[in-house]
Write a protein that binds this ligand. Structure first.
Ligand code: EPZ
Length: 422
């Protein structure tokens, strides 16, 4: 397994291009299942998770053609061969469960393996199941698979979500586009990736309003057509690279960055003494003092502080001036980066869903272990300012969600290299 080696102490200066959003692409790709016409996605990110989703869709009979080095994906589900999402693929990536809604909507049948837990939590699917059952589906859990059917197709319904689940909102939104009648999703997730999906579905002919708010209304239609859609900028990659100059010093412009995608995150950065300037190119970031200030953070559904930036923010708070309290309210076990940061000299105390971070002036490079996607990049960020060398192992986690991280950080002055695994 490859590892990444970072030598700290180099300030960063220059521009980093932000790619299309992994978490948008992973819901846009299954949307092809809703129509026999082709769906073309541009600005697609080049990530291993995209390859996994491609393999899953191909296992269902979807044709996926990748062009321009993966930046353009053309998908067509006119010749489907299966409606079963196999455990072997689903266990590798939870987002595989996003084929459930579209398969039910157009094929009235779906057999989808339960993803199983992952490092950050149990991540059940009860909200997805309850919502689709409200639309007339019958869903049985047998031998680790959800066996779903919708005889005569799904029906529009009022669907209150007990929690604003991103995936459940996406599954229900896609399912509702072809259901008979009107669907009202209440307590819907408001993430930009939901708005991006709704925008794409509308361009395919869906009738959707209210996306981006807590209540989404969908009028079912008989069929959807072809579309070409640009994947929205990745707000989590954006936030990650915005933290790099805050930790390492210097000034970096994140090309394509949009303030509206990271508003609550930027509010916290500015409280920590960081200057963020929006220009036509993107977002320019630099810290104003020689150390960021401590700030308290609580993760919440959008537009609150994103859980997917919690680990990266913790890396910054480890060297902040003062003590910060981080509350993780979305996942039950998302502080696995803390013990690794402590190996680098951080002072962190974890009690359940709360981590208290007492900032230190300097951390020390060390060999550390990546445990999940966002934890792994937080260790790299910490390594940018640590004394000496940090080696982050098991970076396959990283490659799931970040394109060529060593190239992007190296191009703005970081001393970083990928060490091919044995
Ligand atoms: C999406 O996961 C993202 N993944 C996650 O990003 C992100 O952390 C998460 O939303 C929250 O923003 C993709 O978009 C592919 P949820 P999702 O359903 O949809 C519980 C990353 O690093 N829950 O909003 O799975 C669940 O256990 C990844 O890019 C239920 O209890 O998230 C969790 O505690 C990590 N029952 C909470 O809700 C359900 O039926 C949030 O889950 C569904 C979810």
């Amino acid at each position: 397994m490859d590892s990444i080696r970072v030598t700290g102490g180099k300030p960063l200066n220059g521009k980093i291009n932000i790619a299309g959003a992994k978490n948008a692409a992973l819901t846009l790709m299954p949307a092809t299942l809703l129509s026999e016409e082709p769906l073309t996605l541009t600005n697609a990110p080049r990530l291993s998770d995209i390859k996994t989703m491609t393999a899953l869709l191909q296992s269902l009979g979807v044709e996926v053609t990748s062009m321009q080095d993966g930046k353009v994906q053309v998908l067509s589900s006119h010749a489907m061969t299966s409606t079963t999402a196999d455990y072997e693929i689903v266990r590798k990536m939870r987002a595989s469960n996003l084929v459930l809604g579209p398969l039910l909507a157009r094929h009235h049948k779906a057999t989808v393996s339960l993803p199983g837990g992952c490092a950050i939590g149990a991540r059940p699917m009860d909200i997805h199941v309850t919502a689709l059952e409200a639309m007339g589906a019958t869903i049985d859990l047998r031998d680790g698979y959800l066996h779903a059917e919708a005889r005569g197709g799904l029906k529009g319904a009022k669907v209150p979500l007990r929690f604003a689940s991103v995936g459940a909102t996406e599954n229900v939104l896609m399912a509702a586009t072809l259901a008979k009648g009107t669907t009202l999703i209440e307590n819907a997730a408001r993430e930009p990736e939901i708005v991006d999906l709704a925008t794409c579905l509308r361009s395919m002919g869906a009738q959707i309003s209210g996306d981006g708010t807590s209540t989404i209304e969908v009028q079912g239609v008989d069929r959807l057509g072809a579309a070409t859609h640009p994947v929205v900028t990745d707000r989590i990659e954006l936030g990650t690279y915005m933290l790099a100059p805050v930790i390492a010093g210097g000034e970096v412009t994140c090309l394509g960055g949009r303030l509206d995608l990271v508003k609550s995150f930027v509010e916290k950065l500015e409280m920590a003494g960081v200057s963020v300037t929006e220009t036509p190119e993107g977002l320019t970031v630099k810290r104003t003092g020689d150390r960021p200030r401590a700030v308290d953070v609580t993760t919440e559904p959008f537009p609150g502080f994103p859980t997917d930036l919690q680990a990266q923010m913790m890396a910054m708070l480890c060297i902040a001036d003062g003590t910060s309290v981080l509350e993780e309210k979305i996942f039950e076990n998302r502080f696995m980066h803390a013990p690794e940061l402590i190996r680098m000299g951080a002072e962190i105390e974890v009690q359940g869903g709360t981590a208290t971070v007492a900032g230190v002036k300097k951390m020390k490079g060390a060999p550390v272990m990546a445990t999940d996607l966002r934890a792994s990049v937080s260790l790299i960020l910490a390594g940018l300012a640590a004394e000496g060398e940090t080696q982050v192992n098991r970076v396959y986690h990283l490659d799931r969600g970040y394109e060529h991280v060593e190239e992007k950080l190296g191009a703005v002055g970081a001393q970083i290299e990928r060490v091919p695994g044995s």
